[in-house]
Design a protein around this ligand. Structure first.
Ligand code: SF4
Length: 342
């Protein structure tokens, strides 16, 4: 009998069977490199990525199971100021960038299903324009930039190589600090790349039952921990993100068990910091997510609305966050624990 993961793997075969390419970037070197990775794909030339990506009434959750690829040029808004639902980790100039839209992983609770009209993946090939915009801001002040945002860049490193490009760019710009967040476990990348003072690798961790139920196609907890431990051993700056914490049956035991596994694999003294926060999302996105995932307990939960943002009922939210923080306090100083404050 097939299990859920088997069916996801068979969907994987049809991934990127069609590549939509904006005519203006058909000869861009990154377009060519990306297309070479999928020699069997049917190439369809388009005028603008929005012609495909922004069509109305797309079933984004279904598209996630057989994603197609769109290659395009971003024309403006290369860098955004940090969103209110995100941690700035004490950095004054917090920005994020989306050189790719959507993710090849498929977390049921992912806000992208509420944010984007499509489940297909857009990769912007004009990375040089993103770099130029960062350089412009760096002329004024330092920059803390989340580069794996509205996506998981490491998950597609083997086809796009963008994480490495961002790391190389950061190494050449001392005023820049980047965060690369992932639910992957790309050990070959971590083994190959040299550590840099201004590059933070953030591994999002969840209990294995949460991963199996809700974080489809992501790496198992054990592999994420092995990868984080490898990064630490290679003197990289490593952050562990217990964020978002997801409610599940026996959540307390699940998170305690996860924490034991973390303690067995990770040298806490070598960690940069950790972050903690329960699931939260804007009311606008949640409305769409509920439509896309009508059978997912992760999004059909009776959340509480707080000034336009939904979160778990306050008592449960605090109980979950306090539990995680008190576990972490046994291993890491409090000033290295960043708790999402609602
Ligand atoms: S890894 Fe992150 S961006 Fe990707 S589907 Fe999961 S929550 Fe969304």
């Amino acid at each position: 009998m097939k299990n859920l993961n088997d069916s996801y793997h068979s969907y994987y075969n049809s991934f990127f069977s069609h590549i939509y390419v904006e005519k203006s970037v058909i000869n861009h070197p990154r377009t060519k490199q990306l297309m070479e990775k999928f020699p069997e794909a049917e190439i369809i030339e388009i005028d603008h990525y929005k012609d495909v990506f922004c069509r109305s009434r797309q079933y984004t959750a279904g598209q996630h199971r057989a994603q197609q690829l769109i290659l395009a040029a971003k024309k403006n808004n290369f860098i955004y100021e940090g969103a209110p639902v995100c941690q700035s980790f004490g950095n004054d100039y917090f920005y994020y960038t989306s050189c790719m839209m959507n993710c090849v992983f498929d977390c049921e609770y992912c806000y992208l299903k509420g944010m984007y009209p499509s489940g297909n993946v857009v990769i912007f090939v004009n990375l040089e324009d993103f770099f130029a915009q960062v350089e412009k801001i760096l002329e004024k002040h330092e920059v803390y930039l989340c580069v794996s945002y509205d996506t998981d860049l490491m998950a597609v490193e083997n086809i796009a190589g963008y994480t490495e490009e961002w790391v190389d760019f950061a190494k050449r710009h001392s005023g820049l600090k980047i965060e690369i967040r992932t639910k992957s476990a790309n050990k070959s990348f971590i083994s190959r790349i040299d550590a840099a003072e201004n590059v933070i690798y953030a591994f999002t961790l969840s209990p294995q039952p949460v991963i199996e139920s809700f974080e489809h196609r992501t790496a198992p907890l054990k592999s994420r921990l092995e990868c984080a431990a490898l990064a630490i051993s290679r003197k990289m700056k490593v952050r562990l993100a217990f964020d978002p914490m997801i409610y599940c049956k026996d959540w307390r035991e699940a998170y305690r068990e996860m924490f034991e596994q973390v303690c067995e694999s990770i040298d806490f003294d070598s960690l940069l910091d950790v972050s903690v926060g329960t699931f939260r999302v804007s009311a606008e996105y949640l409305k769409k997510m509920k439509k896309q995932e009508p059978y997912s307990p992760a999004v059909q939960f009776p959340f509480e609305n707080d000034s336009g943002f939904y979160h778990y009922p306050r008592e449960l939210m605090l109980e979950m966050e306090n539990e995680m923080v008190s576990l972490l306090k046994q291993k890491i100083p409090e000033n290295k624990i960043f708790l999402w404050e609602n």
